[in-house]
Design a protein around this ligand. Structure first.
Ligand code: MTE
Ligand code: LUZ
Ligand code: MOS
Length: 765
């Protein structure tokens, strides 16, 4: 079987040899020009004209296009369509594109882009989600999900905790930046080669911008050097701008953002601000939970609605909350329009309840793990989420028990207490946190995928599917599925670039559903070919079609063994169709956005992690000493790739919660727009002792080979790092004071929390 083996990534050799082709590596067509964007210098301002004289006169410049030059619609936003390609009379954030300049070289285009003169008429700017909430300024109507009577239950509760929390955003920091290369074709055709998670959306945006139909536009993406959600919708601007220029000039135009522009222009993970009020009993059981979250949506809606919805639907995490009131609003701010980022609001929803549980544990003088376990969803009762979906596959009890034991959690807890008692400056902390993550797009219709499988006469197989490769290994997994279905060697199968002219109307490769959806679609296509081959084999060689078996590159028919290519050759001569399309739509999903109830998810993926840190309480510096992870990938399609995904997501999530800080100045300019000021984790931040294991399980849902998705859920595992830091900080006092720690827990933030705990401890004494 090809499925379930720990195969290396299909492009592993190309990656390490530097031979994998990214968009910028594609050989340039003769006559290619290079573009750059001119950006707004103000956060919120009106303007009437842009003086482009100096831009036009700059060396190598061929043309400049502004909003008025767009042949079709000036829009590159998903869902709500409130994102102009080029600002038209109004700028809403520092970095908003005003125009595209095309020159002979990349450097000449960039130099020219800075020479525009704009007469801004400044307007007041809203720069934080809290300010947006105060002004009731939202990009979408606020949402609410309630069950029971949270207010009454809160008032009756034996104990109450209330507080606020701020969790910062995060730059996707894909290694390959945004890029699009538009090549005009005959008869108004346009080919756009680009780095995108969503080729069909790019096709639509380019068609609309050019005033053409979808059939005029082909979008192709062989691979991305990472997307992480940042290329789900926001690759559109770059596609549209390059295509407009290419269409006007009838020349190929490449638009590659340099890192600073990429970070200034594009949206990031939403930061969230929370107000919470939770009631609990003496044992630590939550009896009432109220939370009011507001996100930083930025100046437009983009995907902020579905992100907030996922935050609402992940506030419960692994816990049964009888009486809840969850509110979420998407604050309109004069900053980049925030977008998808691995987890898509799920991490932001779940961290709030984890913070509350951490508070409760300290208030009761108990271990937070015990409070967590006490509140877990039940297996047969207390198993309905606030949005009405029944948790039918709950494995969190056994998963956490296994990790607790294998990590020697209790013994380490004791050892850490002893260490801290004898160590006034260095304090250690420990935390074990669980994850439950709903798998499916929470916008139901997006849960569909298509594939095309070709078996050529020589027995080689070419697969094209609607998913995109961003390093996560979707192609490897789909190849495994097809090889399995046809019973052929893995080496017989190849995947070609994602191409809107091959598979139409695809969804973004997102919501961790890439392999689930496209694996099923490719399986469907391969199965049809296999069935045709089986029918043909039985006709030609005798026996029943149902008894024909395909395995190990051999076809077993009526007691005979025929090599796969040989049977293919025979079938071709007999005029059997050797290629097929395939399609899949996830069954059983429904969602009512008005009541925020339904069955939005196909199933849940689970995991848990335990982290141990040491914090220098004089400097706020810290180190992750050891981390252990148990992740439920179901019947994993590829354990090597899945473990890689878990490790990557863990470290990426750790960066979000600790070192990665987005900082805007008083004028609304993002000052952390390069790695010099924005600190992503480095290899030296990875724990020396890092144990990642997959939990033995099988999906109860009929997913592809009973596997479970792995892309996003592990991003929530490093909650354990954040709460281990908070645990260490609490040890500065007597472990009863809740450190007011916001994320990211930078050294500065940790020191502030240390001082707050010391001040409270002094006050008590
Ligand atoms: N892994 C790598 N190497 N690069 C990426 O950009 N994106 C993540 C995750 N893992 C990403 C990644 C995100 S945000 C998602 S939604 C999933 O991969 C998408 O791919 P999948 O659905 O095929 O798992
Ligand atoms: N929903 C979701 C979405 O759960 N994940 C996504 O990535 C997404 N993207 C667009 C719309 N809804
Ligand atoms: Mo992933 S945030 O759903 O692209």
């Amino acid at each position: 079987t090809a499925v379930g083996l720990p195969r290396k990534h299909e492009s592993a050799e190309l990656h390490v040899l530097g031979q994998a082709t990214y968009t910028d590596d594609i050989l340039e067509v003769q006559g290619t020009l290079h573009a750059a964007l001119g950006l707004s210098a103000k956060a919120h301002a009106k303007f009437s004209t842009i003086d482009l004289t100096a831009v036009r006169a700059s060396r190598g410049v061929v043309a400049v296009y502004t909003a008025g030059d767009i042949p079709g619609t000036n829009d590159c936003g998903p869902i709500i369509h409130d994102d102009p390609i080029f600002a038209d009379g109004l700028v809403q954030y520092v970095g908003q594109p005003l125009f595209v300049v095309v020159a002979d070289t990349h450097d000449n285009a960039r130099r020219a882009a800075r020479l525009a003169k704009v007469d801004y008429d400044e307007l007041p700017a809203v720069l934080t989600p809290q300010a947006a909430r105060a002004a009731q300024s939202y990009v979408l109507p606020p949402m609410k999900l309630a069950r029971g009577d949270a207010q009454a239950a809160f008032e009756r509760a034996p104990h109450r905790v209330q507080g606020e929390l701020h969790v910062g955003g995060q730059e996707q920091f894909y290694l390959e930046g945004q890029i699009a290369y538009a090549i005009p074709k005959e008869g108004s055709g346009m080919l756009v080669q680009c780095s995108t998670q969503h080729p069909s959306e790019m096709q639509h945006v380019v068609a609309h911008a050019l005033g053409l139909h979808s059939h005029h536009v082909t979008v192709e993406c062989r691979r991305m050097g990472g997307g992480f959600g940042g290329k789900e919708s926001q690759s559109a601007l770059w596609c549209a701008a390059s295509a407009i220029a290419a269409h006007k000039l009838k020349r190929p135009v490449k638009l590659r953002a340099d890192r600073d522009d990429d970070m200034l222009v594009t949206g990031k993970r939403h930061c969230f601000h929370y107000l919470y009020e939770v009631g609990y009993d003496d044992s630590g059981k939550i009896v009432a939970a109220k939370v009011d979250m507001v996100s930083r949506a930025g100046y437009s809606a983009d995907l902020s609605g579905p992100v907030a919805t996922r935050a609402v639907c992940h506030f419960d995490n692994t816990y049964y909350l009888s009486d809840v009131d969850i509110r979420a609003a998407c604050g309109k701010t004069n900053t980049q329009s925030n977008t998808a980022f691995r987890g898509f609001g799920g991490p932001q929803g779940a961290i709030a309840i984890e913070y509350v549980i951490d508070d409760i544990a300290r208030n009761l003088g108990k271990d937070a793990l015990d409070i967590r376990k006490l509140n877990f969803y039940g297996k047969t009762d207390h198993n309905v989420t606030p949005y009405g979906q029944i948790v039918v596959d709950n494995v969190i009890h056994e998963l956490v028990a296994q990790l607790e034991e294998s990590s020697e959690y209790r013994a380490r807890r004791t050892a850490i207490a002893q260490f801290n008692a004898g160590s006034p400056v260095l304090k250690k902390g420990l935390a074990l946190t669980p994850v439950k993550f709903g798998i499916a797009f929470n916008v139901t219709h997006l849960n569909q995928a298509g594939a095309l499988v070709h078996v050529y006469v020589d027995g080689s197989v070419l697969v094209n599917h609607g998913g995109t490769e961003m390093g996560q290994g979707i192609n490897t997994k789909v190849m495994q599925c097809v090889a399995h279905e046809l019973g052929v060697d893995f080496a017989r199968v190849r995947v070609s670039a994602t191409d809107t002219s091959k598979v139409a109307n695809t969804s973004a490769t997102a919501a961790s559903t890439g392999a689930d959806l496209n694996g099923k679609a490719a399986q469907d296509a391969a199965r049809q070919i296999r069935d045709r081959l089986a029918a043909f084999a039985a006709t030609k060689h005798g026996g029943a079609a149902a008894d024909v078996r395909f395995a190990d590159d051999i076809v077993y028919v009526n007691g005979m063994e025929i090599d796969f290519p040989q049977l293919v050759q025979q079938a071709y001569l007999a005029r059997v169709q050797l290629w097929s399309d395939g399609f899949y739509a996830t069954p059983g999903l429904h969602w009512d956005p008005k009541t925020m109830t339904g069955n939005p998810f196909s199933y849940f993926a689970y995991g848990a992690a335990v982290s141990e840190v040491v914090v220098d309480t004089l400097t706020g510096e810290w180190k992750l000493l050891r981390a252990g992870v148990l992740y439920d990938a179901g019947n994993s399609l590829n354990p090597a790739i899945d473990i890689g995904q878990v490790e990557g997501a863990f470290i990426q999530g750790m960066g979000w919660l600790t070192t990665e800080e987005l900082w805007w100045n008083a004028g609304g300019k993002l000052m952390t727009h390069a790695p010099s000021t924005y600190k992503i984790p480095a290899i030296s931040d990875c724990p020396e002792d890092f144990r990642v294991q997959l939990f033995k399980n099988r999906n109860v849902a009929d997913s592809i080979h009973r596997s479970k998705a792995v892309g996003e859920p592990p991003l929530l595992l490093p909650f354990s790092v954040f709460f281990a830091i908070r645990d260490a900080v609490a040890a500065v006092g007597d472990n009863t004071v809740n450190p007011p720690l916001n994320a990211p827990a930078t050294c500065e933030e940790i020191l502030k929390a240390v001082c707050a705990v010391q001040a409270q401890a002094a006050h008590k004494a």
